[in-house]
Design a protein around this ligand. Sequence first.
Ligand SMILES: Cc1cc2nc3c(=O)[nH]c(=O)nc-3n(C[C@H](O)[C@H](O)[C@H](O)COP(=O)(O)OP(=O)(O)OC[C@H]3O[C@@H](n4cnc5c(N)ncnc54)[C@H](O)[C@@H]3O)c2cc1C
Length: 471
Amino acid sequence: MASIALKAFVGLRQSSSEKPNFTTQVKPIIAHRKLRVNASKYSPKVAGRNLRVAIIGGGPAGGAAAETLAKGGIETFLIERKLDNCKPCGGAIPLCMVGEFDLPLDIIDRRVTKMKMISPSNVAVDIGGTLKPHEYIGMVRREVLDDYLRTRAKENGANIINGLFLKMDLPKEKNTPYLLHYTGYDEKTGGVGVKKTLEVDAVIGADGANSRVAKSINAGDYDYAIAFQERIRIPDDKMAYYENLAEMYVGDDVSPDFYGWVFPKCDHVAVGTGTVTHKGDIKKFQLATRKRANDKILGGKIIRVEAHPIPEHPRPRRLSGRVALVGDAAGYVTKCSGEGIYFAAKSGRMCAEAIIEGSENGKRMVDEGDLRKYLEKWDKTYWPTYKVLDVLQKVFYRSNPAREAFVEMCADEYVQKMTFDSYLYKTVAPGNPLQDLKLAVNTIGSLVRANALRREMEKLNVRSKYKQVKQ
Ligand SMILES: Cc1cc2nc3c(=O)[nH]c(=O)nc-3n(C[C@H](O)[C@H](O)[C@H](O)COP(=O)(O)OP(=O)(O)OC[C@H]3O[C@@H](n4cnc5c(N)ncnc54)[C@H](O)[C@@H]3O)c2cc1C
């Protein structure tokens, strides 16, 4: 979500001579109709039944994949260990997700139209003034969103299994099934689950950052951030301040490499922060975030404390045979921002579409080549966005002076417009060459000032250390 400011630069790239290959507005193929595919291929027909696909994990990635598969004629099983799971999450979603995934407004707690970016020295810049009347950032509680997506998948024919996936036996021969082992809780008695197995033709790993499916296919590891969040119920007058407003704090105190946030929910605010480099200090950063927001959340009661890893980049391997990873299991969270809900749902849907297409609506067996089409499409669509954010993190999150420069830039109306357009629609907003030039000059100016400030601060630090040594 922090990327909303950084994404301005995605916009900048489009007006350069370089042809952008990351036009992210992919038309949703799935509406409320069955996906029909007319491809023809030579893989064998599955006799007397439809293709069977299991999805492990019922977050946004799993829910979206299950709905798409079920609508596309696939016999779909979704295994989720906790059907009332409250995934630790800020719950900020872009406007395009509401449209593309046909989300009803009553599952969105708040529609944020104002955002405050707050610098290390507590300079607050208001952004959001350029939003059109219908535009907003959605704030959801994950227990609500995930349940909604799973329920809709079920209504479309997916079998939802309450179970803990344990491991899978890989097929020994071509086109033979995967055998999944899981503990089923559907008929559990006295809290004890029942060991079960399920045979399927393909598997989608949507089981998040600690994915067991990823382990089953030796997908390798990724760097990760640890994110910490407290849900805080605050007095009504304080809640009124956050009615349609969210805050983002940057500074060494709240995180050396991430940002702190206050996101409004139905009857509370979610206050959190994250870090990749100093995981052991996460509680210290959380305390600092709470302190920075103190006057606005005073009198609040912490009602839930939660923490979870956030992947920093895709896994070395995201596909093996007829098993593919999506969402956090694959590592699709944008660097430095921690935004992953939309990308999880999108990748789940994209992977499902590749299976539907490859299997001709469940009539034929799929192979690795069919699933690879999802990866190719994903990388073509999103890889540059991830790369740009990676570079920007390195530029703007490296020191407090750089963060001051970053917040200063956010005051620019043009930056705000490009930023919101890029974030809300996950598309590249066409830039205005003159404004782009002005912005580039301003950016360089801000960075030069930031560097000068950093040098002065370093000198001061050296002097004070020298003084201490002398004393
Ligand atoms: C503190 C925090 C704040 C964040 N804030 C934002 C934000 O504001 N906006 C944003 O876009 N992103 C945010 N993210 C990132 C976002 O939460 C993830 O990118 C997103 O949840 C990924 O969805 P997913 O479906 O891939 O995985 P998950 O949401 O992690 O879902 C995985 C599911 O799999 C289930 N599961 C796991 N293992 C098994 C198993 N063995 N058997 C059965 N089921 C299993 C889990 O119970 C879970 O329901 C945040 C993350 C954190 C940690």
